[in-house]
Design a protein around this ligand. Structure first.
Ligand code: FMN
Length: 267
């Protein structure tokens, strides 16, 4: 029998230093099994840096299964939308989606992202004009090669980006290639693209969960966004998200998602 798990956030028994512990030696007379030879954090680490208890509610398997299926069914309904309604969306909802995105894990906890949101008609018009110019070159002047165009054919995308002025909000996720501290010093960021990709996914999921729609839009090259939104040299555009309600009756490509056995391998 494993010993009782210590539920104290800060246990002062095991190390005598007020550091959190997994097993507390005073909880049971039995010797705790050596589940971890090298517990995290070590006493030395906890003495140097603050740690707090993390004890989420432990759910039973049946409850987890139900929650998993409910979440998956909800996420299956998410689609990228290219026709938005012009209906206004409260700023607080955009703020909430960004706050959720910003809970994403990130390399060395650098959170190397900036979400720039605008509902300003002039800014949206400038962004649409610049995006359409780039996309005209991509689609009409063959900057996208034949293979790329073939892959995009079922989606029917082209250089028209009217949704950029119709959608009530544009949110641009910028990746911070390096950090600039308040004193001007530069510091490296780590796994910037991976971190921003995860944050982008959480942003999309948050919007979908609250009943809004978006499009992951990358009108490449996107340097025009840095200029249009006056962003600093350490930031590079990652994705442009128009956000709003889908236009009633909007159509989306009839595409299928790969079944589990094509995307997962269990060994
Ligand atoms: C990194 C990335 C870039 C994308 N860029 C564009 C884009 O520039 N324009 C566009 O219409 N769709 C773009 N998409 C959306 C995809 O076409 C869409 O996610 C895919 O067709 C699957 O459809 P769904 O999102 O409705 O499931 C992009 C998606 C990703 C992940």
């Amino acid at each position: 029998m494993p010993p009782e798990r210590c539920t104290s956030t800060v246990c002062s028994n095991a190390s005598g230093r007020g550091t959190p512990t997994v097993y507390c030696s005073t909880m049971s007379n039995a010797e705790p099994p050596p589940l971890y030879e090298h517990p995290y954090p070590s006493a030395e680490l906890a003495a140097d840096h603050p740690f707090i208890g993390y004890r989420p509610e432990r759910l039973d398997d049946a409850t987890m299964q139900t929650r998993a299926e409910t979440f998956h069914a909800g996420m299956e309904k998410r689609r990228s939308v290219r026709m938005f309604a012009a209906d206004a969306v409260p700023r607080s909802l955009i703020e909430s989606a960004i706050a959720t995105a910003s809970t994403a894990p990130s390399g060395a906890h650098k959170q190397p992202w900036t979400f720039v949101a605008t509902d300003d008609p002039k800014l949206k018009a400038d962004i649409r004009a610049a995006a359409e110019e780039e996309e005209r070159t991509n689609y009409l002047d063959n900057r996208m090669n034949a293979e790329w165009q073939e892959a995009l054919a079922p989606l029917g995308t082209d250089h028209h980006k009217e949704f950029l002025t119709v959608a009530p909000w544009l949110v641009v996720l910028f990746e911070q290639r390096y950090e600039v501290r308040s004193n001007g010093e530069q510091r490296k960021n780590y796994y910037v693209k991976e971190s921003c990709g995860i944050a982008a996914g959480m942003f999309i999921a948050a919007l979908h969960h609250m009943g809004l729609a978006t499009l992951t839009h990358t009108p490449s090259p996107m340097a025009f966004l840095t200029k249009a939104l006056g962003r600093p040299a350490n930031e590079r555009p990652f994705v442009l998200f128009p956000v709003g309600h889908p236009l009633p009756g909007t159509l989306v490509p009839d595409i299928k998602r790969k079944p589990l056995d094509q995307v997962a391998v269990f060994m």
